[in-house]
Design a protein around this ligand. Structure first.
Ligand code: SME
Length: 150
């Protein structure tokens, strides 16, 4: 599945006649519609020089969590750790920000530009424990390609 999605990701990101925000929106829509267990797909970016994340383009239900302080929730932890965070069961996490009671699991992969952690892709799933290393490798690929257009 992911190998078939890669060329579509490249097509979307390569459409330089569109704005970055439009391309990221299309990318979120693609991932949400093509991966059955990706129920919410969004990007958070560092909010200027503040120690907080700001919600960017996303696909799925609107969330109240448009600003997340560094350290808070799964997203805020990844802003500090610079590491992928795979959560098979969100109910087992103490430092977690719930967006929907239907969410069972989450994956957050940081996005680096010139070695600096400037944001992340965040995916919520309503399926318990659906993520494998293949998701991590694919989302690292996605973020690597996104970094090229930022
Ligand atoms: N669950 C995230 C918050 C963002 S929502 O999933 C869209 C977290 O704990 O950081």
């Amino acid at each position: 599945m992911f190998e078939l999605l890669k060329p579509k990701v490249l097509d979307i990101l390569g459409a330089s006649d569109k704005s970055v925000a439009e391309r990221l929106q299309e990318l979120c829509d693609l991932l949400k519609s093509e991966v059955p267990y990706y129920n919410w797909v969004g990007f958070y970016f560092r909010n200027g020089s503040k120690e907080e994340l700001k919600l960017g383009p996303y696909a799925g239900a609107p969330t109240d969590h448009t600003l997340i302080p560094f350290g808070k929730g799964i997203c805020g932890q990844v802003a500090l750790s610079n590491r992928n965070f795979v959560v098979p069961d969100v109910s087992a996490q103490d430092n977690y920000i719930a967006c929907s009671i239907n969410v069972k699991s989450e994956i957050v992969v940081p996005l680096f530009v010139n070695g600096e952690n400037i944001g992340q892709i965040d995916i919520d799933s309503e399926t318990p424990d659906p993520f494998s290393p293949a998701d991590e490798r694919f989302l690292e690929f996605v973020n690597g390609e996104v970094a090229k257009i930022l």
